[in-house]
Design a protein around this ligand. Structure first.
Ligand code: 13P
Ligand code: SF4
Length: 305
């Protein structure tokens, strides 16, 4: 087996040779984040996929993220190093499910979290991520909104959005595993610590948070907080950069269950092999792509904070 350093060098050289860019989600393994050109949350990565001049995008994340890149940049080759890296939440709503829900609410706009398949995005009016969900929902020209697929994110948005909201009952199995009892225990053991969590967490957990935000929002929060200890309620891959960027602060993961098996599939060997052979290319049928792109483009046009 090759040493990690050797693999990293080979990947970086091959990326250059292929005019490729390596994007990594904040939940990826440390060694993947270390050599990526860009690490970020779903919003930052889709913006990068739309704007980058690279010919090839190696997407270290899960399938819906690579699909979004392929939808936004059809002229680029998008590689997903592990084709089996899916998102169980995205698979919790099918196009058939959504067609039925839309029929129950004629004319009500559908806001789709990016954690959905391309087919489902194609049936939606506008996409959102955890970083812009409230802004996107408020931007819709209707007083009613149907949000899919995450019941927890939808509930969180409904607390502040100025819309009458209904939603689908999907969830992220990783975030859903975190309980309020566990968080309370960690808080009690660390007086003075602040608790930050992702809106994919259960409402009982969100209620205990000092701050709720996307994964990239957590880097900003960690940097700005005056607290010395931060309890983190999201997938543990986030710890890599939090600790690197804030060596003077202590970060405690709220629970050992906060690990997404799909996000951890991609290894350096997978990246090297897929790039060498230019395999695992993600493509979306053109009719679906155009409709899904309209929903993603609408999201990207919503003014940022
Ligand atoms: P963000 O990085 O956009 O906050 O999303 C979290 C997530 O669960 C992605 O799968
Ligand atoms: Fe999907 Fe949850 Fe994993 Fe994100 S953390 S990819 S929402 S299962």
């Amino acid at each position: 087996m090759k040493e990690k350093d050797e693999l990293k060098k080979e990947i970086r050289a091959l990326l250059k040779e292929r005019s490729a860019i390596m994007l990594a989600h904040n939940y990826q393994r440390d060694e993947i984040q270390e050599i990526a050109d860009i690490t970020g949350d779903s919003l930052a990565l889709s913006q990068e996929a739309a704007d980058s001049i690279a010919k090839v995008i190696v997407f270290c994340g899960v399938r819906f993220m690579a699909e979004s890149a392929a939808i936004l940049s059809p002229d680029k080759t998008v590689i997903l190093p592990r084709m089996d890296a899916g998102c169980p939440m995205a698979d919790m709503i099918t196009p058939e499910d959504l067609i039925k829900e839309k029929a129950k609410r004629p004319g009500v706009p559908v806001v789709a979290y990016v954690n959905t398949t391309a087919d489902v995005k194609a049936l939606s009016d506008i996409c959102c991520t955890s970083a812009n969900a409230v802004r996107v929902v408020n931007s819709v020209k209707s007083d009613r909104v149907y949000m899919i697929p995450d019941k927890n994110l939808s509930h969180y948005v409904s607390l502040t959005a100025k819309k009458k909201m209904e939603w689908w009952h999907g969830y992220c199995p990783t975030h859903e595993r975190l309980t309020a009892a566990e968080v309370s225990k960690v808080k009690a053991a660390n007086p003075g610590a602040v608790f930050v969590c992702h809106p994919e967490c259960h409402p009982d957990v969100v209620r205990l948070a000092d701050h709720v935000c996307s994964t990239s929002g957590m880097y900003k929060f960690a940097n700005e907080t005056l607290a010395k200890t931060v309890i983190v309620g999201t997938e543990m891959g986030i710890l890599y950069r939090l600790r690197k960027e804030n060596p003077e602060k202590k970060f405690i993961i709220a629970s050992k269950v906060l690990i997404c098996p799909n996000m951890k599939l991609t290894t350096l060997e997978d990246v090297l092999e897929s790039l060498k052979e230019m395999k695992n290319v993600v493509a979306v049928p053109e009719a679906i792509r155009l409709k899904a792109k309209a929903a993603l483009d609408k999201m990207l046009a919503v003014p940022r904070d």
